[in-house]
Design a protein around this ligand. Sequence first.
Ligand SMILES: *Cc1c(COP(=O)(O)O)cnc(C)c1O
Length: 470
Amino acid sequence: MDEKTFGEWSLKAAEWGSAYRASLRDRPVRAQTTPGAIAAQLPTKPPQTGEDMAAIFEDFETIILPGMTHWQHPRFFAYFPANAAPVSVIAEYLVTAMAAQCMLWQTSPAATELETRVLDWLRQAIGLPDGFSGVIQDSASSATLSAVLVMRERALNWKGNKQGLSAHAPLRIYSSDQVHTSIDRAIWVSGIGEENLVRIPVAGPLQSMDCQALEAAILRDKAAGLLPAGVIACTGGTSTGACDDIAAVVRIAHKHGLYVHVDAAWAGSAMICEEFRSLWAGVEEADSVVFNPHKWLGAQFDCSAHFIRNPDDLVRTMAIQPEYLKTHGRDGIINYSEWTIPLGRRFRALKLWFLLRFHGLDGLKTMIRNHVSWASRLAERLGANDDFEIVTAPRFSLFSFRHRGGADSDAHNIALVNAINDDGRIYLTQTRVDGRVAIRFQAGQFDMTEADADVAFDVITEIAVRMSNQ
Ligand SMILES: *Cc1c(COP(=O)(O)O)cnc(C)c1O
């Protein structure tokens, strides 16, 4: 592609992007397509000769776009948000154009030094003490896997990478049943094995890990000759926003020499607002904390912020040649690829820098506080309607509810979610609470307004009434 053509199509792509964003309110949130419909329009054989950009672009619009679910739609209330604030999209255009590999300091010093600085801004923003060092991981799943590998190496006296696991007693990791499935996968991939992930029951209004049960399990395992290695606690669990009592978890874990990783992938963004920090009180004593600015905060995917109290442990676990250990970054040289599993690294700090500067913490706090208050108002409105039951009260901006109706409540609520998503004005997903289906609502999209929460109320009640009358 020559420079002129590259320039023209780059402009066209940017223009398309801004028109697309402006059109979102008029589009159905979830893709309205059937399995295989997109694939059926794609040739089965690869192209032998080059094609014209205009033809490629047209197929993008006619074939691909109808099969997209619009995550930046203001009425995206499903899962968790994956906010890409416009300013972070602009930063990503630049990153894409430069396409640097930022694995070592020298492969792009600005990327390393900016990463150190903006992660320290984020650390301060969420109220972690200055002993924590940050690194950007591609996803919370990778941060959690890294933390589990550190737990493994610490517990095996740094011999696991060399000897494998068969020479040692089984390792044990503890968590509640409210943690994300990325924890299960970290346990599989690290070789620790699912049977050694000990599920601690939850109790109380926030579905917190029962810490007496945690300590009892650790003591039982020690007595049986097993090797307790770490605890994974959560702040804002995926299903319904469960929060462990981090202070209590840390107290017990550290008493027994265990490493503590806190998964706050979604809720961590809310900690820029001081009033939510009581929900993870004690986090300052944790060993490792992850949250995803690519979820609620607005930094385009992928951008997961991983804070570690002692990066030496991480580098000792990950680095092939731990140069950094000798200097601890004090000479300004950090090779962040020694802190992560992949060697190659995108320049992810730029979008955080753009985002934090353009909106300021005040702008981002206002967004989060609005989401929390709009979700809570919607929960009140639904709860005041006798046909609805609030299953879990709002935690941050997430609650779950159920419509009363149908002989089989689970089937009825699944049918309701499907009908709502087929309607297209809003998008919701479901979960299970104590074995029963509940519908989740989370407010979190960057451009959402209070009127969008009102639309959610109207759509939910209207479709529920229609279904009940059928
Ligand atoms: C989304 C989420 C994850 C997974 O995040 P990725 O960045 O997609 O790996 C893990 N834990 C919790 C609590 C989450 O909400």
